[in-house]
Structure formats: structure tokens, C-alpha cells
Design a protein around this ligand. Sequence first.
Ligand code: PEP
Ligand code: MG
Length: 584
Amino acid sequence: MASFTLHGIPVSRGIAIGRSHLLAPAAMDVKHYLIGETEVEAEVQRLQNAVAKVRTELQTIRSDLPKESPPELGAFVDVHLLILSDPMLAEMSLDIIRNRHYNAEWALVTQIDELSAQFDEIEDTYLRERKMDVLQVGERLLKVLTGTATRLPEVDSDGASFANIVVVAYDISPADMLQFRDRAFAGFVTDLGGQNSHTAIVARSLDIPAAVGMNHASKLIKQDDWIIIDGDAGVVIVDPAPMILKQYRELQAHQLRARRKLGKIKKTRAVTLDGTEISLLANIELPSDCASAMESGANGVGLFRSEFLFMGRIGPQHELPTEDEQFESYRQAVVAMKGRPVTIRTLDVGADKPLSAEEQTALNPALGLRAIRYCLAEPQLFLTQLRAILRASAFGTVKLLIPMLAHAFEIDQTLAIIEQAKQQLRDEGIGFDESIKIGAMIEIPAAALALPMFIKRMDFLSIGTNDLIQYTLAIDRVDHEVAHLYNPLHPAVLFLLSTVIAMGRKAGIPVSVCGEMAGDVKFTRLLLGMGLLEFSMHPAQLLAVKQEILNSDLDDLTLQTKKILRSTEPSAIAAAVSQMRATA
Ligand code: PEP
Ligand code: MG
């Protein structure tokens, strides 16, 4: 067969090479038939048995999870258990059997369709992607009802051969993903999924090359096809020509060698050739990520995306984490970082927490009641979080980071609520760091362009390049149709970035970058040349960035960067930036 290439969304870096193993989805086009009155109870029982069986299946997966597995995995199984217990799925399907006399499969699929339609209405991408969890639980139930066998490959060898298998699927449930860890597959490709999909999150935490959102990959790829996944580019090459395969094998070996080599600089301080020390910080999503942050030698946590503690709180009650629960999570992170600073960003969610489809009013959630806007509209929830963060500050160095600020009054209101939280704790005799540093994310162009407003009021700044680029270039960062317009090297983006870094330095206020740009070695030297001294990134990227820093000369980079910033021609900028890497 002729070779062909598919393009999707890169979610986990690295190269995987192997033969494809296709996972057939459980068919949703089940048999539809009406049952007689006397058969209703038996049909109800059949569905109830399936629910019980799936519950046992999921509970077994949950309890068999090894201790060292990423915490997200357990949380995902919990979400599936919650969905299974949700009356909206099982109870409503049982009602359909009783009232409409549909057979169990038909009733279930009808109810799943109804729930899917409700999820489609949700604006928030993260929540909308949770529709997949409902479908996955539905699939599991259908498989039990229809007696479909387990779908994962059964290679009965010592397990080594899994390393040559790339799993290709329409979608993979988090529960099935667990078997990736056990069986060490080479990588995976799915038709569905986005940056925030569970499968993507799990792939990153397992460090397995993966590409998702490949549309029809599972139909185009045949069983046992040779496949290359370029996880960095989100590209899948099917049946590659021998020359291409050879090139990728070399690249893969090179990447492996480079990774091993990097391990040697774990304990080395990130100092440039001219002696400037750079602070390398970790971005984390859960307190347990602190282990990899410490392991990578991070100087602290530059971004704790606290919203991950609130996510997965899907379910009938929509119970958000309490102050105590949050405090415990923040404290855990602070203790795990052993005295290194932990920058906790306050809740960055959309208008749709706690998630209810009816509450969806935002036409454009990226421009809607997001992050600090949401928190200021929900002061009680905000106060609870602030109290929890402040309480954790008694256990180490905590910094407070506020997302999406654009207006002076937002800063002032935020500072007032922080003061209110402090006062409450004082009154209650609860300890916290009185001089806790408070910083702003600079991720809206207006904030970057009106920086003195922030410098006057804040202790530090952190540039969120992901959003800064989204808002500067007016492209939705989760919309794949405009993904090609997402360009960190656009002259407008570079202007904003360099201006914020320069103005911050001039005013003597610390500035870091915590968006994806900070962890991308292609941009390390450019950012150094702009005068950036603090980089915050996923721990897995930290050593490669450090390597760049160790070989950089700031004087030289500053000159080169000045030239780049004068250029208005995108192709010239791109060429000059890659030249920086080649020569510095
Ligand atoms: C950013 O916008 O660059 C950022 C770091 O925040 P998030 O990606 O969580 O929006
Ligand atoms: Mg952001």
C-alpha cells in the first residue's frame, strides 16, 4: 500500500514506530426492538446487571492501580464510576425500557444520544470533552450487554513486544489507557480528542508519543500497518517508505541518546556562559506533579494550575473542593517542594462552573466570564480559595498568581478580597505569610500594553504566552481550524513579549514566562535575548531548556534579539530565530 500522512493535534512528544493495532469501537448501532409488557422486568434486570458488572470492572481497575501510577488515572476511573452512578445515565435508560418498551441497548443508546446533545451545548472545552467520558461508560455498558470481547491486544509474550505496537482507535477511555502503562505500547493515535482530552493528559503524564484529533485515522489505517507517530508535530506516517522509516529510526535513537545525556545536568545550576543565573520553574496541575518537578531539578513551581483540583467534579452534585480540601492540596505541594517557592494560580475556569448546560450563556467563552472575571463574580468561591492558599503559605514559600487581569479595578478588587481573606484568618488566629507575593498573569494584550498599571500594584508578573498569542492574533487556541494561525513569532507577539520583559526589568519587578513558549527550546535563546530570567514549564522540558541556557551567551543573544525585534518580515524573523540556535 502507498504511504500516506495524517495530520492531527500533537499532545505528547517523541517518536513512536510500530505496527498498528486497531481497537474497534463498540458499535452504537445496536439492535432496536420493542419488548412486550411481560419482558420489561427481565430487560430492566439485564441493564442493571450490566451496570453492576461495569461497576465491578471499573472498581477492579481502580484498586489494581499501582501506587506509582499518575494520580490522574485514578481520578479518571472515579469520573467513570460517578457517571455510571449518575441517574441521568442508568436510571433514565431504565425508565425508557419501562415507559417505551425499548430493548436495553436501544434505551441506553437513546439516553446517551440525549446526554451527548446536552454536552454539545457546553461552551467550555474541558467540560465539552467530558462528553467522551459519558460515551466511554456507555460503550462499556454496551459491550457487556452485547457480549463484545475486550478490545486490547493480547500479546502473550513477556510484554516486550508491546513496545512495537501503536494503538489506533476512534477514542480510548481512560480506563483502557491504564493498560498502556502496564503494557508499554509504543504510542497511540485517536480520531477524537483535543489538547485537553483525558487521553492527551494521560499520554503526557506517561510520556508516550501520541497524536489525537486525527479524524478518520482509525478508518484509514489497517491492522498491522507500519506507523510512525511524530508526537512533536502531530503527524502520523502510515506505511512509510524504507528511507523515511530509517530517518525516523535515527531521529528516535538520537532523541533517546539526547534524553539520557540530559540526565547528567539535573543538578547543574542554569547559568549562561557569561555567568547569569536563570531560574527554571515547573508548571504543575496537581500536587503529585511536584515529584517530577523536584526530579527535574526545578527551582520551584512557577505555575500551579489550581483549576485541575476543580475539574472532574462532574456529577449530579457538582461539589467543588472545600477550603480544607484545597488547603490540603496546596500544603502538599508546598511541603513537597521543600522550601522552594510554589506559585499558585487562582482558579482559571470559564463561565460554566459548576457545570450545568442550562447555565451556558457565553457566546464566546474565551472572551467571556473566565478566570479572574469568574472569580470576582463568585466572591465566595474566590474567598474560599484565597483562604486555602493563604493557609498553605504558613508551610513554605507561596506566591499568589491571578489570571486574565486587564483592568485596574479588577486588580484593586482582587487585592481587596485577598486582604479580606487575610483579615478573616487574622481574626480567626490562623497563620499565614503576611507578606505573600501577589502577581498577575500578563496574557491579555491590554495588560501588556498598559503594564505600568500592573507594575504599580503587583509584586511580580508572569506572561501567559498561550493566551497572549490567542488574544493578540484573535484565534481561538482550541479551534483546530485556525491552529495554523497560532504563531509565537508574529512580530506583534514579540513586541508585546519583549516590552513586558524589558519594562518589568527596568522597574525591578520579577517577570517570568509560564506559557508553552517557555518550555520550547526553539525559543529559549530568543527569550534570553529579551532579558528573561525566569522560565516556567512542564518538568519534562526543563533539562532541554537548561541545556540551551548552559550554552548561551547573553551579550551575543541580546544583540541578535534586538535585530530580530526590528525586523517586520515574519520569514526573516523565523530564520533568524532558528539561526540563533544553530550558532549561539
Ligand atoms: C497561558 O495562557 O500561557 C498560561 C500559562 O495559562 P493557561 O495555558 O493555563 O491558560
Ligand atoms: Mg492562560
